[in-house]
Design a protein around this ligand. Structure first.
Ligand code: ZN
Length: 623
């Protein structure tokens, strides 16, 4: 950056906020995907100021080493160059200097996910964790950021969407924004571009709904109407009396792509990425599976506004962004959120009970598919999220359990247990509201003086008992700290819901999941103890032929190889496969397909009970 532009940029930052850390960020080169960042520290540490970039982003539990995207970095003070010494992969120390310290650096932004930063001529997006160096010792000071428009003609009509409070900027405009401290600064991602925008209010709080990416005939008003119902249901859920939302405004920012799915929660916004097919179109009013899943994603991330952004495990009350932060409670923070995301869709009236039970059935089948659930508890899965859940490989179904899916079944099991024990007087809702009052409601006001608290690792049983009067210690021991399945058929029975395990499939199977790999059919996962495993085939082997008939990618349908379906259970087939470039010829005895087909069904007699009792289940009369 030239000196003249640099001094111009500094002038754009308003002075007068004592001790503020000040940043300028500008999309510098759209084609090279570079943001230019300037950090001004008015009073650098006398011993030599230390600055560092986070190694991970809260909400996504994996060390990602964002500093690898810093292309070049330099520092000056009073017009003179200041040396920066690199202390470790993401930390620098400046040589002591008299005046203010100015650090300038470029960020390579070409990660199309909700976790990092992305920039091209279509839009710009960044999380603060990817672009803002923290200033050691000044993390609690106000942080000001000047988001500048690029000189590039492509940005002429761009607007800015963020929940970061404006200091000197019009809503949706470039200009200066302010955060109370560094923790807040990095919790408001920023989207810039020619996005579609709609606004609505949920219990009096303004919400922005921002969509980036081309969608012909997008039905924005339908999305906004559905999402508004979901938001209002959740606000009323946590504060039934006052219906007071925990934030002054909220921003949903969605990036629509050809293929992708994911979301990341923040205190007053969420960044989502979804498949184009999930967005509803004006001329297609029916509820597609894709749209249902998109609404589930919106509901999930919004629920996190309370659960994990304010109600937190003690391990997350003060983040250490330089390394892994361990907690065994993600089954509660992600699992309970997964339980309520679907439940909120039915409570808000976005889907009906039958559709809801179908979603729960799908979760049950996902959990029971993998033998990993018998080896790892959800508490262990939470603790090891950094190295296992977030770093899955071909063996994961045999080795780990998801704290999302099994965690949501734990929530369901606890809910049914509490409702049965109290004859419907108490439920998991009371637990969530107790957590909210104890930890969540004042979290950020307390964080201003450093007295915020979170849920300790072993305190949840006592809290549940306090909130509901029900002792769930044995339940937690068996289904959370050990690997026992949640007995949902038994628990559901009293509520007029039956769990039908399916008639048993008559299809022959190798016990594998396959994937297309160019023209080839490749084994993605080989399930333990199943036919392929017993025949010594492995994940990543390429299937070439079964009984002399060629197998190609055309045989792959929904992760299954349809050619195997031509044979019968118990039949032995000869399989040709390649492992690397070496041909294997094996014999495999086909087994019955073990894909779980559990289906929850509402008994006709009880349908009315469940429907009229919305939003709460009522225990049906004993038969
Ligand atoms: Zn989540």
């Amino acid at each position: 950056m030239s000196k003249t532009t640099q001094s111009k940029r500094q002038m754009a930052v308003p002075v007068g906020i004592a001790g503020a850390v000040q940043y300028t960020i500008v999309p510098k080169d759209l084609a090279a995907h570079l943001f230019d960042v300037t950090l001004e520290i008015a009073q650098p540490e006398a011993e030599g100021q230390i600055v560092s970039l986070p190694a991970w982003i809260p909400g996504s539990y994996m060390v990602r080493e964002f500093s690898r995207n810093i292309v070049q970095i330099k520092a000056t003070s009073e017009g003179k160059k200041v040396a920066l010494k690199k202390l470790d992969k993401h930390t620098w120390q400046a040589t002591p200097c008299q005046g203010s310290l100015i650090v300038t650096y470029e960020i390579y932004a070409w990660d199309l996910s909700v976790r990092a930063a992305h920039l091209d001529q279509s839009h710009g997006f960044f999380n603060g964790t990817s672009v803002f160096l923290s200033v050691r010792g000044q993390e609690a000071a106000p942080h000001i950021v000047d988001i500048q428009r690029s000189a590039d003609a492509a940005c002429k009509t761009w607007r800015v969407a963020t929940s970061l409070p404006e200091l000197k900027a019009k809503r949706y405009g470039f200009g200066t924004y302010i955060a109370a401290n560094y923790d807040e600064l990095i919790d408001h991602p920023v989207e810039m571009g020619d996005f579609a925008l709609a606004t609505f209010e949920a219990h009096g709080v303004p919400h922005d709904f921002v969509v980036t990416g081309k969608v012909p005939n997008m039905d924005m008003s339908r999305m906004v109407a559905d999402v508004q119902k979901i938001c209002e249901a959740q606000i009323a859920f946590f504060e039934p009396r006052t219906k007071k939302a925990p934030m002054d405004r909220y921003v949903f920012m969605t990036m629509v792509v050809g293929e992708g799915y994911g979301g990341l929660e923040h205190r007053a916004s969420t960044a989502l990425i979804c498949n184009r097919n999930e967005i509803p179109l004006k001329h297609q009013p029916e509820m597609s599976e894709g749209y249902k899943s998109f609404l589930g994603l919106c509901s999930h991330e919004y629920f996190h506004t309370w659960n994990v952004k304010r109600i937190k495990p003690a391990a997350f009350a003060h983040y250490d962004l330089s390394r892994e932060n361990y907690t065994s409670l993600l089954w509660l923070f992600e699992g309970f959120t997964s339980y309520y995301d679907d439940l909120m869709l039915v409570r808000a009236g976005a889907i009906d009970e039958a559709a809801y039970l179908k979603l729960v059935s799908k979760t049950i089948n996902m959990v029971t598919r993998g033998s990993g659930r018998l080896k790892q508890s959800v508490a262990e899965s939470s603790f090891d999220a950094w190295t296992k859940y977030y770093r899955q490989d071909e063996n994961s179904p045999n080795a780990i359990v998801s704290y999302y899916t099994k965690g949501s079944l734990v929530a369901l099991g606890l809910d049914l247990t509490i409702r049965a024990a109290t004859e419907g007087k108490k439920s998991l809702d009371d637990v969530m509201r107790a957590l909210w009052q104890k930890f969540g409601r004042d979290f950020y006001s307390r964080s201003l003086n450093g007295t915020q608290q979170g849920l300790e690792e072993n305190d949840i049983e006592a809290l549940i008992e306090q909130a509901t009067g029900v002792n769930v210690r044995r339940f937690i021991d068996k289904h959370v700290r050990s690997t026992e399945d949640v007995p949902l058929a038994k628990l559901y029975a009293d509520f007029g819901v039956t769990l039908d395990a399916g008639a048993g499939s008559k299809k022959a199977s190798l016990g594998i999941k396959v994937a297309r790999d160019g023209n080839d059919c490749k084994i993605a996962n080989a399930f333990e103890g199943r036919a392929a495993h017993l025949a010594r085939l492995s994940a990543q082997d390429v299937l070439v032929a079964i009984n002399g008939l060629r197998i190609t990618s055309a045989d792959v349908v929904d992760g299954l190889n349809i050619a195997i379906g031509r044979y019968r259970i118990g039949e032995t087939v000869e399989i040709h496969a390649f492992r690397r470039d070496e041909l294997l010829v094996v014999k495999a005895k086909l087994q019955a397909d073990d894909v779980p087909v559990n289906q929850l069904k509402l008994e006709v007699d009880h349908q009315a009970v469940l429907a009229t009792a919305r939003p709460t289940y009522k225990k049906a009369a004993k038969r």
